[in-house]
Design a protein. Structure first.
Length: 292
């Protein structure tokens, strides 16, 4: 039998004073109630009720056990109520893991709109360009730029990262002209250390070209690499959305535009569960619709 169900029955019998009254309230039979109490007494190893001809009363052990039963059932009812509320209301805390540049340049505006729509929600944003384990890190949703492998997780596409190459006008003026991908072998390059390998750049203009480059600055921070490019330290490769403002202002210049753009998909990744809290489902739908 289900012990928690038996505890509920025990609590109602103790409160109402008879098996019959408890059976009527619970829409079951007196025999079923009696069997559950007998099973519980066997499990606990004590007699819970004194049985009389017309009434029952709690034993001393039964009174002590009732206090525990009431506490447990109250706590369980509270937790169940909270869980049911999670399925229907957008509240509580949403835990996100987001790449650093994306969090500021792309996510902050829609996240602000989502929070304004749902004032009872709070958000815990962990900023990291490294892949995190959603279970170990207790993350609801991770945003990742990658070709996803089969991991048992679910994913929703957001955007495609369009990779471009760029440098500052000052750097380009002081160094040899970059006309084709192979020219990069003679240049200083700023590389993203989380790429594997970071010192091999690929290009495609109908055929694939691989160029082994000199890593002048290597970092796991995209923002750092963009800043070093603006300061004239070399050529960098980043998603176009990261440097659109700099390209428009002229502080950075795009190069090698004749090559086919490499596009890396970005996804929201989350645990596969049939009973996701409403805050997770709503955020996934909102962000997906925002970027589409």
């Amino acid at each position: 039998m289900d012990k928690f169900d038996c505890l509920k029955v025990f609590s109602r019998v103790a409160s109402l004073g008879t098996f019959t009254a408890a059976a009527n309230e619970l829409n079951t039979t007196q025999s079923a109630v009696s069997k559950k109490i007998a099973w519980l007494e066997k499990q606990v190893g004590i007699t819970l009720f004194h049985r009389h001809a017309r009434a029952i009363s709690l034993t001393t052990g039964g009174k002590q056990y009732l206090n525990l039963a009431l506490k447990l059932t109250d706590e369980m009812n509270l937790v169940e109520s909270q869980l049911r509320q999670e399925q229907t209301s957008i509240s509580g805390t949403l835990k996100l893991s987001v790449p650093s540049a994306f969090s500021v340049k792309k996510l902050s505006v829609p996240l602000n709109e989502f929070l304004n729509l749902h004032p009872e929600l709070s958000v815990d944003v962990s900023v990291s360009d490294k892949f995190v384990d959603l279970v170990e890190s207790d993350i609801d949703i991770a945003i990742r730029a990658a070709y996803l492998k089969d991991s048992g997780l679910k994913a929703r596409w957001i955007i495609d990262n369009e990779l471009i190459y760029f440098a500052s006008p000052d750097y380009l003026e002081k160094h040899p002209t970059i006309e084709i991908a192979e020219d990069l072998a003679q240049h200083q390059c700023l590389t993203y250390s989380l790429s594997t390998p970071s010192n091999l750049w690929r290009f495609n203009d109908g055929k694939e070209t691989k160029v082994k480059i000199k890593e002048q600055v290597r970092s796991d921070s995209p923002e750092m690499l963009v800043q070093m490019a603006k300061l004239g330290q070399g050529v960098a490769a980043m998603p176009k959305w990261m440097v659109e403002h700099e390209l428009k202002s002229g502080s950075l210049t795009q190069i090698l535009e004749q090559y086919k753009t490499v596009k890396l998909p970005m996804y929201m990744v989350y645990k596969d569960s049939e009973h996701q809290p409403q805050r997770i489902r709503a955020f996934i739908d909102f962000i997906s619709n925002y970027f589409s």
